[in-house]
Design a binder for this molecule. Sequence first.
Ligand code: PLP
Length: 425
Amino acid sequence: MWRGGVAAVGLLRGRGAGSPRAASGATAASVQLRRRLEKELEGIRGAGTWKNERVIASRQGPHLHLAGGGAGILNFCANNYLGLSSHPEVIRAAVEALETFGAGLSSVRFICGTQSIHKDLEEKIARFHQREDAILYASCFDANAGIFEALLTPEDAVLSDELNHASIIDGIRLCKANKYRYKHMDMQDLEAKLQEAQKHRLRLVATDGAFSMDGDIAPLREICQLAQKYDALVFIDECHATGFLGPNGRGTDELLGVMDKVTIVNSTLGKALGGAAGGYTTGPKPLIDLLRQRSRPYLFSNSLPPAVVGCASKALDLLMESNAIAQSMAAKTQRFRSKMTAAGFTISGKDHPICPVMLGDARLASVMAEDMLNRGIYVIGFSYPVVPKGKARIRVQISAVHSDEDIDRCVEAFIEVGRKHGALP
Ligand code: PLP
């Protein structure tokens, strides 16, 4: 047996120092590792930042069954913005792809892992975003991990919003370009950093299109103007925009009228576009060609499973057939935001289905979220270190498949719970 395997089995079984293997280096190391891990876990619990996972025993959707009995729970914390995760046509497309193309490819794309459906989906993504070409990844995390290193060298510079998603931050860490971090959506600071970065060969401004913790939308018009002035390229992460922002759901760049000014779009298939998994980059053809040659998460990871490709492909068909789906959520978002504001709550962001109910105090956010669940409403409290200290909140996410009654029930529960815990007078 592989030695690491023996150590791992010992670790899992919790052999102590007195076990028959105590004399071997591997076992001593595993005991030491177990102690270190337990200490670290205690630290996380002690800091109050332990993340529990609630187990769902039904499909993703506005109404959930939780394992252990909770039935008829109203769900307000998924990124299922368009309700396509359990759409019958999306599910049927997944089943058909599974039956026709099998469970998976057992291969990366360039060895023997490219099927016609992968090429079709890439073509469809590029058409949807009105870009030249697209490349699929196992996730948008991977797309973000792969792009900066492949594109930028020590001669170049990347300018990144300080509140960009963790995967952008990690992707930038992996590249050797000069790094500039500008204050969140602060155009004066971005301009100052662009001036500083003039000495480099190429400048890339990287920003989330919509920021997931605050529901705020990047000022892309201004970013693109600055990029033009200082000869920079613009990259956006559209995970919380693709499928529903803009008149046809193309995203933040469509919403703000700058589709022709943003060079690179990364996004996910794991949120509004069917919710299964997968991510992509879309942009100029030579960039996509280069990513196929150089991007490590693409080159060294398995192809997307056919069922996942089937889901995303059908979701895009639905969105390209009609803009009714993309438009369907806006009125519900508006209903929730205006009723909550009228009740006295502060909702961060503007016109985005991510509606953070700002509470300030971490304990208040946590007990209120728990009490909402007691009333059958599933929402999640976020506090430091996920959001800045003193800015704890409950993040509510609206979906096109919430009914007006669902939204009103959620607002009523917030008012009751808010009064009970002193968040409202
Ligand atoms: N970028 C942003 C802004 C996200 O919110 C997420 C997911 O949480 C990702 C990237 C990663 O997407 P995926 O789940 O496809 O890896």
